[in-house]
Structures are given as structure tokens and as C-alpha cells.
Design a protein around this ligand. Structure first.
Ligand code: GLU
Length: 409
């Protein structure tokens, strides 16, 4: 099964509980537009570097297409399609006036120099600038991209269309970005984790957490959970995992990662493997890296009491069924990691209004959106006796479907 098929499996499961005609379903599954562009640049060595970039615009019934750009060797058309469709349901679940899109460039950003990354980004914008824009499609950071890449996008776009900071979100705070955007996904993961634990009669304080991935989402999630008294007993990255039953000292870990670029070798815990982390007997397991982590081969071995999907698409359908049978609640990606796009929306609003919000306001508004979305999804799942993923899809699909019907085909 491929990623887009998996997303559509979840779509079908929820859509079958709604009264939708098959034509409407097809309309909602098939992406609106798919771009695939050649992005050739001059490398520092003087050689030509050949790269392929993608942008899939999935649905814009509720507003402009919205979604991140990923720079990673796994990026391809199918992955972009799957992630674009997740964005459509995600923006609808948290009730933002956006649709869904996603894209990226197939490359390994760790092997590129800063100037190669800049040339690659500018060339990509040169190829797609007519298809993006503040009211058309608004990119944002995702795996392998950051505020600097967004700044280049804004600057390159302005060469063709003039000053339009709202063309992209996740920009540096000094350059029309929003306070709290960089930490927003992790902050949102903490908020939904807090709400979900409360339903089990627990609190973040004294609960144990294993976090797979220590990039933007994993590291901020860990920090916010630890601030609330959570015990982070396991963390992994692409190279391995570390374990400490007393709780990993995050400040010391961050210092180590800043000099070594990975967590392996950190002496504040025992080292182990990523697979071991997935089997940790913790209160909450948080995948916060690539998709496709849980499959039929490892889902039965998960010993966590709850899973919160910080990553996009970490669970294959067969693993999802196993978690369901075993009674392990899964807080789905389209709800759990929506904090990023929620604050992207605030950034877009601030750019349109030429007015800045302070961090307190951003955090307050993010909390309101995330908590209210969590409760809507939770209540629907209770009322219908369905998993939270199905409930989240039902909510997203019905909102997109309603917009489609009201707007006309
Ligand atoms: N890439 C993030 C996501 O998957 C953020 C998207 C955005 O802010 O538009 O949700």
C-alpha cells in the first residue's frame, strides 16, 4: 500500500458513515491540480544538480490551498498527494478557512550547502510562482525546511508579484513571521495530549513519554511536556535512541545535539534502537518524524497506553486496526499536529492586516482552537463509538463536503 492509498482508506472508512454520493466522494479524493517541475541548479562544484519538485493542490472548497514544503529524499508524487489530502482534512478539523496542499523537492538537504539550498528554493519558486499566492496556495515549513527557506520563498515571489508576505507562512519573526509559529506544532501536540490524558483521568505531570524524532515537532513537544512536569523517558532520531527512566535532561540534550547534530552518544541516558523506543511501556508514545512508522509487524508490540501522532501519516491502516483491537487510543495526525497550520493561519491573518500579535495572544488563540477541535472530535467518537481518527475524518469531510455543495461544483 502507498501513502495516498492509506489516507484514502481512512477517508473511505469515515465517508461510509456519512451520506455521500460516490461522485462527491470522487470529487473529494482526487487532487485538484498536481505540479511536477524540474529544478536544475548549479552546484558549488560547478556541476549541474538535477532535482524534481512537486506541489499537489488537493482541495480548495473552504479557502486557498495550504500546506508545507518538504525537502527529503523520500519526497515523490504519491507522498505529496497523501500529505496534501491530509492537509485538506486537517484545516477542516480545526476549522480554518483553507484547503489542503503539499509539496517539496526530492533532495537530501543535509548534503547541500546553504547557497545550494537557496538556489534550489529560488528556482523552485521561479517554476511555480504563478500557482501560489496569498489567495491561491500558501506554502509553509515541513520536514527539511525552515524559516530561512520561507524567507527565500517570500523574497523570490516578490520579484514576480511585488510585496506579498502572506504568500508563505513560517517566516522568520524578523521578516513578517509570527511569534510562536516555530514552536506551534509541538505546543499543539502538548495541548491535545493534555486533553486526551484528562479523559483517562491522568495529567501530563508524572506521566511518561517516548518521543520518536527530535526535529522541530519532537523537540518542542518534549520541551512543553517537560515544562508541565511530564517525564520524557525515551527520545530517538534517525541514528538511534536514548532512554532514561528518571527523565531525560532536555537542556543537556539540546546542548549535545547543537554540537554533534544527533542524540546518539549523549551520556545522560542508556542508548538503544528506534524499534526499542516504539516498544517502550510508557503512558504516551509520540511519533514525530517520518510517516509509515507503525505497520502490522510492530503494532502488536507497542506497549504505550496511548499514541499521539505528532508526525503526518505515521500509522498504516493495518496497524490502526491492531491498535483499535488492543484498545490503544490514537489521537490522529489531522488533529494532533494541527497546531502548526493553526498558527500559520494567524501569521497569514497578521500579514493581511499588517498588524502583529504578541506571543501570549498567539498561544491563547492556538489553545482555544486546538482544545475545541479536540473536544468536537472526542465527543463525536464517543457518540458514534468510533475511533478518534474516524471521527476527525468525519468532521473534516462533512465540512469540506458542505462547502462544496454550498459553493456549487
Ligand atoms: N507542514 C505542517 C503540517 O503538516 C504545517 C503546514 C502549514 O502551516 O501550512 O501541518
Amino acid at each position: 500500500m502507498q501513502a495516498f492509498e492509506a489516507t484514502n482508506y481512512y477517508f473511505e472508512k469515515a465517508a461510509s458513515l456519512l451520506d455521500l454520493s460516490s461522485n462527491i466522494k470522487t470529487l473529494m479524493v482526487v487532487p485538484d491540480r498536481e505540479l511536477r517541475v524540474e529544478v536544475a541548479i548549479e552546484m558549488d562544484s560547478g556541476q549541474i544538480g538535477n532535482f524534481i519538485g512537486y506541489r499537489v493542490q488537493h482541495d480548495n472548497a473552504r479557502g486557498p490551498f495550504k500546506g508545507g514544503l518538504r525537502y527529503h529524499p523520500h519526497v515523490d508524487q504519491d507522498e505529496a498527494r497523501s500529505l496534501a489530502s491530509l492537509m485538506t482534512w486537517k484545516t477542516a478539523v480545526v476549522d480554518l478557512p483553507f484547503g489542503g496542499s503539499k509539496g517539496g523537492i526530492n533532495c537530501d538537504p543535509k548534503q547541500l550547502s546553504r547557497s545550494e539550498l537557496e538556489r534550489l528554493t529560488r528556482k523552485f519558486v521561479e517554476k511555480i510562482h504563478d500557482f501560489i499566492g496569498p489567495d491561491k496556495d500558501i506554502p509553509a515549513p515541513d520536514m527539511g525546511t525552515d524559516a530561512q527557506v520561507m524567507a527565500w520563498i517570500m523574497n523570490e515571489y516578490s520579484k514576480f508579484h511585488g510585496f506579498q508576505p502572506a504568500v508563505v507562512t513560517g517566516k522568520p519573526v524578523e521578516l513578517h513571521g509570527s511569534a510562536g509559529r516555530e514552536a506551534a506544532t509541538g505546543y499543539g501536540v502538548m495541548l491535545v495530549t493534555r486533553e486526551a490524558l484528562a479523559k483517562l483521568g491522568k495529567t501530563i505531570q508524572k506521566s511518561t513519554f517516548a518521543i520518536q524524532g527530535y526535529g522541530n515537532v519532537g523537540s518542542y513537544t518534549a520541551r512543553f511536556l517537560a515544562e508541565k512536569g511530564g517525564i520524557i523517558v525515551a527520545i530517538s532520531d534517525a541514528f538511534g535512541a536514548i532512554f532514561n527512566q528518571e527523565g531525560i535532561d532536555l537542556a543537556a540534550l539540546d546542548k549535545y545535539v547543537a554540537t554533534h547534530g544527533k542524540i546518539v552518544g549523549f551520556t545522560g541516558g542508556d542508548s538503544g534502537s528506534n524499534e526499542q523506543l516504539l516498544r517502550s511501556p510508557v503512558d504516551v508514545l509520540i511519533p514525530a518524524a517520518l510517516g509509515g512508522v507503525f505497520d502490522a509487524s510492530n503494532a502488536a508490540e507497542v506497549e504505550a497506553k496511548m499514541i499521539v501522532e505528532g508526525a503526518n501519516g505515521p500509522t498504516w491502516p493495518e496497524a490502526d486496526e491492531i491498535f483499535q483491537q488492543r484498545g490503544i487510543p490514537v489521537i490522529p495526525d489531522i488533529l494532533a499536529n494541527a497546531g502548526g497550520v493553526v498558527v500559520s493561519y494567524f501569521e497569514w491573518v497578521q500579514n493581511q492586516q499588517h498588524f502583529r500579535w504578541n506571543l501570549d495572544q498567539v498561544r491563547r488563540e492556538e489553545e482555544e482552537r486546538m482544545v475545541s477541535a479536540f473536544h468536537k472530535v472526542y465527543e463525536l467518537s464517543q457518540k458514534k463509538s468510533i475511533p478518534m481518527r474516524t471521527a476527525a475524518y468525519m468532521l473534516g469531510i462533512s465540512r469540506v463536503g458542505r462547502a462544496r455543495v454550498l459553493g456549487g461544483i
